[in-house]
Design a protein around this ligand. Sequence first.
Ligand SMILES: Nc1ncnc2c1ncn2[C@@H]1O[C@H](COP(=O)(O)OP(=O)(O)OP(=O)(O)O)[C@@H](O)[C@H]1O
Ligand SMILES: [Mg+2]
Length: 287
Amino acid sequence: MSDQAARLRALARQLPPEANLFPSRVLAITSGKGGVGKTNVVAGLAMSLAQTGQRVTVLDADFGLANLDILLGLTPTHTLEHVLRGEKLLEEIVLEGPLGIRVIPASSGIQELTRLDTAAELRLVQGLQRVAEGQDWLLIDTAAGIHDSVIKLLLAAQEVILVTTPEPTSLVDAYAMVKVVHLRDPQKPLWVMVNNAQTQAEAEETLEQLQAAVQRFLGRELQVLGMVPADPSLLQSVREQRGVVERFPRSPSALAFRALADQLKKKVPLQKDGFASFWKQLRSGEP
Ligand SMILES: Nc1ncnc2c1ncn2[C@@H]1O[C@H](COP(=O)(O)OP(=O)(O)OP(=O)(O)O)[C@@H](O)[C@H]1O
Ligand SMILES: [Mg+2]
């Protein structure tokens, strides 16, 4: 324990002074059930925010197969693993995506984040400081499900967006996810959004059901971000490996992403030193 404390004090001495820390907002996008559209939501929100002049970095922390880089037609040659091993600087692995969004392909490397040696820790935290410069948002695409590594990411993020579809299985798993996060950190701001809904009414019914369960069993309320409809244009843009917001800007899903992004811009406060706070929380493992 004292070893670890000494190590952290030594690390803190090597961090840049307060004045160099950059304010930002850090959001994790997650779901209970897999395949509900998280990665598309991350891409849609990132691109919509970028369209309104916001600078957005996306951390791809999903170990699944359908990753963000594939969705956006990017081909990473290096990931966070190379940064942690000291073979690359964090800024060297950042990919330039559509509309100027930046993608950090973390994938497998993220699993190692909770057991880093001091040198790797320093490389990561200093890299994040540099990459954070001038960025308004860090969006984190997580894997689905209640795994410890996912929960740690959620607890470290400033706010969490939970994606569900109207399917009962997705809804039940969404509730389970809310419960786990709430029990670990009752103060964590939690947003919910419904993706792939056939109608507005179906989305509203889904939200009501989830809110009712959360209110009854956990005594809290989720913040409602909104809905994204089931949209053939989104499917087509996935096939073309282009973000729907850029490919079909007037499509129903692109317009919906724009509305969600506007809502986030209004409601999520800037956090001093957002990227570094996220990392510190991730390291400490507790809220
Ligand atoms: N709004 C939508 N309209 C139509 N199809 C959609 C919509 N959202 C998602 N999909 C479909 O669902 C698929 C899965 O989406 P996505 O990869 O974003 O889910 P995910 O939650 O990130 O999955 P995983 O849990 O595997 O990471 C998409 O490729 C697309 O075919
Ligand atoms: Mg995904």
